[in-house]
Design a protein around this ligand. Structure first.
Ligand SMILES: [Mg+2]
Length: 457
């Protein structure tokens, strides 16, 4: 009897991370890491698909509504029909013309399409008893290419070119997988680098990161040049002149400001500079890249689609491409992104952190390592060490590398107790006095805060 997709369950899950300034950067001073969480149940009571879109708090409820509207389209499908037609389903989810008006190929509906697709991929992998990376790395080049929507990118990558890239890697898949199982894929960490941490905490966490085997550490920057110089001087004093360190401005600069600011920090020998300006400003990124070379520009966690990535690559605007598991339209669009990067010879160094992003995106890096560009030292996957305990199979970092997940699926399933505790606003945390007080403080906008500060004199 074929297994069908029967119904949806959605949860608004929010963690009060802004209390400890985890996740603080020059753009996002007080994020509450959140998940617009989707479960698709099936006619097999032991099988369901889980996914989520990462948000940073307010607006999570809007993301959930978008996911619900889109996911309703696939209820009733047989699983194997969905697997064989996943490319057509992806096009339908991103291409519904009335909803597309609210995009196109960006924003809450495009991300919502990603949640639906990622939940389907979780079901596909679970139904075959394999982790997602293994499912993807076992599919034929033809099946993988059929999952991709090439619309708007054929001037940079055609289906035939994508097929050729994938076919070239087929003879190496077994050896690449053996190496993956033995050594994993390299990680780097942002844990020491949040802007809200004082220097003592930053340096202590940096030493811990180096001691535990990370070969690259990234720091938030861009709020004050004086602060950046002070922090980077202390970091260089600790780690020496050659240990790789990167910085991340989280979009705060205008183009000319970025160029001047980054060139002022050149003496610190930066491995890359991340998100120097607005994520849609492809020409601005290209200008910055040319002006700060050989320092490398990295971006992508906020790149809304394969179309933005295509332009960044065509414009020679990035040397490091940072795909995100829940920003674009799911596994399908990230297959396009990984193949675009392969065509242009730019390494894919996935963005992670948030809540659950490490867990999901590691599968895409592992697929890349087995079935696309193979193992190389230019691929490093971001790791931030918090909120992993809320997942059934937390990301496993050993000696600075992600070890491949063994459970079937996409590692995106949250533990039931975490959902009960952090569901907003009625979970046990959010209905407690501490949760109510945090929610109230977090709701205050800047004007109210200013007024309050003013009133206090
Ligand atoms: Mg970043």
């Amino acid at each position: 009897m074929p297994i069908t997709l029967t119904n949806l369950v959605l949860h608004d899950i929010r963690f009060p991370t802004s209390k400890s300034l985890d996740g603080s950067d020059a753009m996002n001073a007080a994020p509450d890491y959140s998940a617009a969480y989707l479960r698709i149940n099936t006619s097999d009571p032991t099988l369901h698909g889980d996914s989520f879109i990462f948000t940073i708090g307010r607006g999570n409820e809007i993301q959930i509504q978008a996911i619900k509207i889109l996911a309703t389209k696939i209820v009733g499908f047989e699983i194997e029909y969905a697997f064989k037609n996943i490319g057509a389903i992806a096009k339908e989810l991103s291409g519904d013309s009335q909803l597309r008006w609210l995009g196109a190929d960006k924003g809450v509906f495009h991300m919502g399409a990603g949640a639906v697709l990622n939940a389907l991929w979780d079901i596909f992998a679970k139904s075959r008893g394999v982790p997602l990376w293994k499912l993807l790395a076992s599919m034929s080049p033809e099946e993988l290419v059929a999952a991709i929507d090439f619309r708007y990118i054929t001037d940079a990558l055609t289906a035939d070119e994508a097929l050729a890239i994938l076919r070239k890697a087929v003879p190496h898949r077994a050896a690449n997988e053996a190496l993956l199982l033995k050594e994993g894929v390299l990680a780097y960490t942002t844990t020491p680098g949040w802007l809200g941490y004082d220097d003592e905490k930053m340096l202590r966490l940096t030493q811990e990161a180096i001691d535990s085997g990370f070969g690259l550490v990234k720091y938030k920057c861009g709020k004050s040049l004086e602060d950046d110089r002070r922090r980077l001087t202390k970091i260089r004093d600790l780690v020496g002149p050659d240990f790789p360190i990167a910085i991340d401005a989280n979009q705060v600069w205008d183009v000319e400001v970025a160029i001047e600011w980054i060139n002022t920090l050149k003496e610190f020998n930066l491995h890359w500079v991340e998100e120097p300006t607005h994520p849609d400003d492809v020409i601005g990124h290209a200008r910055i890249a040319a002006a700060i070379a050989p320092t490398r520009v990295a971006t992508g966690e906020h790149a809304s689609s394969r179309i933005i990535f295509k332009q960044l690559l065509q414009g020679n605007a990035i040397k490091v491409m940072q795909i995100d598991a829940t920003r674009v339209a799911g596994v399908n669009e990230n297959l396009a992104n990984i193949l675009l990067a392969a065509k242009f010879g730019v390494p894919v160094c996935p963005h992670a952190g948030g809540v659950g992003l490490c867990e999901i995106v590691q599968h895409l890096a592992m697929f890349d390592a087995v079935a696309v560009t193979g193992h190389h030292f230019n691929r490093v996957v971001e790791f931030v060490d918090h909120l992993h305990e809320h997942f059934l199979e937390p990301a496993n970092i050993v000696n600075g590398a992600y070890r491949p997940p063994r459970r079937s699926g996409a590692s995106s399933e949250m533990v039931a107790q975490s959902i009960q505790e952090f569901e907003f606003p009625h979970g046990t945390y959010w209905s407690s006095p501490a949760g109510i007080s945090h929610a109230r403080a977090s709701r205050m906008n800047t004007a109210e805060k200013n007024q309050r500060n003013g009133a206090r004199g």
